[in-house]
Design a protein around this ligand. Structure first.
Ligand SMILES: [Zn+2]
Length: 107
């Protein structure tokens, strides 16, 4: 396979992997209210895809996952969001830990 073809194949695999992560993320959001444990399972699948294909989890998805215990974070349910000195501080109510991300105006 040529170098070019290899690169194209790699891009394709990454696209497919990213699409699968978004789909799992949508499912996790949708099912959280009824079956929060299923959302956790989706998070696990998202992480597996990321690791297996060595691609980073899209930012929006990443911020819905606790960095420490990998809980699927739902604002007002198991996560508290607040702004502090230019950061978004997210507290996970399952493990009690916090994550902070630089705050940029969201579209
Ligand atoms: Zn946590």
């Amino acid at each position: 396979m040529s170098k070019m073809a290899r690169k194209q194949q790699k891009n394709l695999i990454q696209d497919i992997a990213a699409q699968r992560m978004w789909r799992l993320f949508e499912l996790a959001k949708r099912e959280y209210a009824e079956q929060p444990d299923r959302s956790e399972r989706y998070v696990q699948l998202i992480r597996n895809i990321s690791m297996r294909n060595r691609i980073t989890i899209p930012r929006e998805i990443k911020r819905s996952i606790c960095k420490h215990c990998y809980a699927f974070l739902m604002p007002g349910k198991n996560a508290r969001y607040r702004l502090k000195e230019g950061f978004i501080v997210i507290s996970c109510q399952r493990c009690g830990k916090e994550m902070r991300y630089p705050y940029k105006r969201l579209k």
